[in-house]
Structures are given as C-alpha cells and as structure tokens.
Design a protein around this ligand. Structure first.
Ligand code: NAP
Length: 252
C-alpha cells in the first residue's frame, strides 16, 4: 500500500504486536520496540525478534529498537533512531503500557510514578519527538492506546485510569495544535482484550465481565489493531481528535 514507516511502542507482545503485524500487512515498514531494561530484557528482545520474523514471513519489513519509553532520553533516542535508520516516521502508535490494580489507599508514590511515567509520560516523550519530524513532512498519524477506563474510571485502577484519561487530553491537544500541519491525532479505547494484561483475571471475573459485553466475548488484540490500522490509513485522513471505543458494545 505504501512505503510509510510506523513505530509501535511496546510491540513485542499483546496488542502492540497485533498492531505491528496488521500495519506490516498494510504495507508499512515497522519499528518494533521492546522494553530493554530489567531482568526480562533478553526474553523481551527474543519476543521482539519473533514479531519481526512474523512480519517478514507475512511479506513485510522492519527493524527492532529496544528502548524504555518511560525514560525521556530513551524515548527521544527511539524516535531519532527510527528516522536515522528508516529515513522517516509517518505513524506513531503510543501503545506501551502497564497496570497494577490496587485500591487507592494502597497505591504508593512509587507505583503512581511508575504508572504515570510508563503510560502517560511515554506518550508525551514519543509524540513530542515524532512531531518534530512530522511537521517537516507536513504529515503524521499519532494513534494512542487509551482505555475505556480512561473514559469512565474504574475501582482499583485510579492510577491506570488517570493515565488513560490523560492520554485523551494529550490526543485532543495534539489534534488541535498540529491539524493544520497535516498531523492527525486519535485515540483507541479498548475494553477487555485478551492479553497478558487480562490473563490475570480469574475465570469468574472473566465470565462476569463477558456478561456485560454486547457481543458476548472478550476482545482480541486483532480487534484493536483493526481500528488502529483504519486510523493510520488514508481513509481516516479527515478524522482527528477522536476516541474509538473497541469494547464489543460494553459501554452501551
Ligand atoms: P501487555 O501484553 O502487558 O504488553 C505491554 C507491552 O508494553 C509489552 O510489549 C511491554 O514490553 C511494553 N512495555 C511496558 N513498559 C514499557 C516501557 N517502559 N518501554 C517500552 N515498552 C514497554 O499489554 P497489552 O494488553 O497488550 O496492552 C497494550 C496497551 O493497551 C497498553 O497501553 C494497555 O494499557 C492498553 N489496554 C489494554 C487492555 C487490555 O484489556 N489488555 C485494555 C485497554 C487498554 P515487554 O514485553 O518488553 O515488557
């Protein structure tokens, strides 16, 4: 379809992986990003290599860049390296995110800061870095993975929901600030999606959640990837500052 370059943060597994694969099938050259800090970094790198192998076997191409997007310098380097190695950045998908369900009385300052840095600050760092290049080309697509809890809140997820709501403010503001330079910014708000993040749910929790979902099942990472791919595509060029819920009708 095109020769554009898409950077997907946190694309070594889960929803980010599905987004990377879908965009690769759609013809984008992909930058697969994995978290290169901590004890699991070798495992994370291996997973990123597997994602790239899947992209290549589907006829696509890309590179891997390890970076901790919660760190301002690493996030800046990730975007700069994308442009150095791929020549441009057309699509940024702010996907990397973590959660740690806790009642507010149990949230420590450290937990709060970690969630804010990983989920919200990362999107600011990466978007700021990418916009610098996108403005020069007068083209860019910034797609940020929020959550339905960013729209409605959730008990036990105060810090996580605060970041997901914050991402919407970031999205709307970028849309207003850079629309005239050919850059659109949109958010996708998934409901309950099957991934490592939701594997922690007990089967009782899972069936209780499913009973409130109109289409009668949890979502898949591919369900989210479809919405992201649409927002990246020329079909969505007149859509900016929007939030698309991918929640199987949970919020009706
Ligand atoms: P996941 O399976 O836990 O994957 C999270 C990804 O983010 C992993 O690739 C992880 O990398 C990466 N990551 C975490 N911290 C990072 C950092 N500091 N720097 C770079 N990468 C980092 O989660 P998921 O379910 O796919 O979620 C993806 C996004 O969707 C998140 O923003 C999440 O909040 C959002 N979301 C998920 C659901 C759901 O039901 N699953 C619902 C709504 C929204 P490593 O593997 O290398 O650690």
């Amino acid at each position: 379809m095109n020769n554009q370059v898409a950077l997907v943060t946190g694309s070594s597994r889960g929803i980010g992986k599905a987004i990377a694969l879908q965009l690769a099938v759609d013809g984008y050259k992909i930058v697969v990003n994995y978290y290169n800090q901590g004890t699991d970094q070798d495992k994370n790198k291996l997973q990123a290599e597997q994602v790239l192998a899947e992209i290549e076997s589907a006829g696509g191409s890309g590179i891997i860049i390890g970076a901790d997007v919660s760190n301002p310098e690493s996030a800046q380097n990730l975007v700069d390296k994308t442009v150095q190695e791929m020549g441009q950045i057309d699509v940024l998908v702010n996907n990397a995110g973590i959660n740690k369900d806790q009642l507010i009385l149990r949230i420590t300052n450290e937990d709060w800061d970690r969630i804010i840095n990983t989920n919200l600050n990362s999107a600011f760092y990466c978007s700021r870095a990418a916009i610098k290049y996108m403005v020069k080309k007068r083209f860019g697509r910034i797609i940020t993975i929020s959550s339905v809890v960013g729209l409605g809140g959730n008990a036990g997820q105060t810090h996580y929901a605060a970041t997901k709501a914050g991402l919407l403010g970031l999205t709307f503001s970028i849309a207003k600030e850079y629309g005239s330079r050919g850059i659109t910014a949109n958010a996708v708000a998934p409901g309950f999606i099957q991934s490592d993040m939701t594997d922690a749910l007990t089967s009782q929790q899972s069936s209780q959640i499913t009973s409130g979902i109109s289409v009668g099942r949890l979502g898949t990472p591919e369900d989210v990837a479809g919405a992201v791919a649409f927002l990246a595509s020329p079909r969505a060029s007149y859509i900016s500052g929007q939030v698309i819920r991918v929640d199987g009708g949970m919020s009706i």
